[in-house]
Design a binder for this molecule. Structure first.
Ligand SMILES: Cc1cc2nc3c(=O)[nH]c(=O)nc-3n(C[C@H](O)[C@H](O)[C@H](O)COP(=O)(O)O)c2cc1C
Length: 183
């Protein structure tokens, strides 16, 4: 006797019902949508947006990307953008292969060696990892710290240093911009 009779739905599938497997991400390719395609209109819209963002990177000759530090981590906006692009292009596609890319990383506070927040910038290593190591960019990073000093009374004693950082960042950005224009 068959000890495992076929399982039956207690309720017949309703119109518009899609098997759960169609809605799952493809486990073999983390970050990619299921090969049979996204099931819901919102997923299809997200996939189309991801594809157009990936195409924008693929078509670019160069790129300038500005990323602020938010609560000692990567901004959700940058992370969402990365997630959409990688969902569309896959985790191993070098969309910026050998293209000159300038990352401008800005910070309200200071993170220099020996200061209390040394090591608290948990954004830039991730951003650089994606741009250089995942997407293959020829990357230059310009840092600008203490952007909040001018407006925050508690940082008044840091304003001269902030002005120095500002001048250095402008210099570095101008040099990087010229290299980018020549490339
Ligand atoms: C929500 C939020 C969180 C922030 N968190 C930090 C932080 O943890 N450390 C820091 O140094 N600056 C922090 N800042 C300041 C920004 O990094 C800084 O102002 C940067 O220059 C902002 O660029 P934006 O004005 O273009 O967003 C934060 C700013 C915002 C809006």
């Amino acid at each position: 006797m068959d000890r495992h009779p076929p399982r039956r739905h207690r309720h017949p599938p309703q119109p518009g019902h899609r098997p759960a497997a169609r809605r799952r991400l493809d486990a073999r390719h983390p970050g990619r949508l299921h090969p049979r395609g996204p099931a819901h209109p919102e997923q299809r819209e997200a996939a189309a947006l991801g594809a157009s963002l990936a195409e924008e990177l693929r078509a670019a000759d160069a790129a300038i990307i500005a990323v602020p530090l938010y609560n000692w981590g990567v901004s959700q906006h940058f992370k969402t953008w990365v997630d959409l692009v990688i969902a569309a292009a896959g985790p191993t596609t070098e969309l910026l292969k050998d293209k000159p890319v300038l990352l401008v990383a800005s910070f309200g506070g200071g993170f220099a060696a020996g200061t209390p927040r040394e090591g608290w910038d948990h954004s830039t290593p991730y951003v650089e990892r994606i741009l250089r190591d995942v997407w293959g960019a020829d990357l230059t990073t310009v840092r600008r710290e203490l952007t909040m000093a001018a407006a925050n009374p508690a940082m008044e004693s840091l304003r001269d240093l902030a002005a120095e950082y500002h001048a250095q960042a402008l210099d570095a950005a101008a040099t990087a911009g010229k290299n980018l224009a020549r490339a």
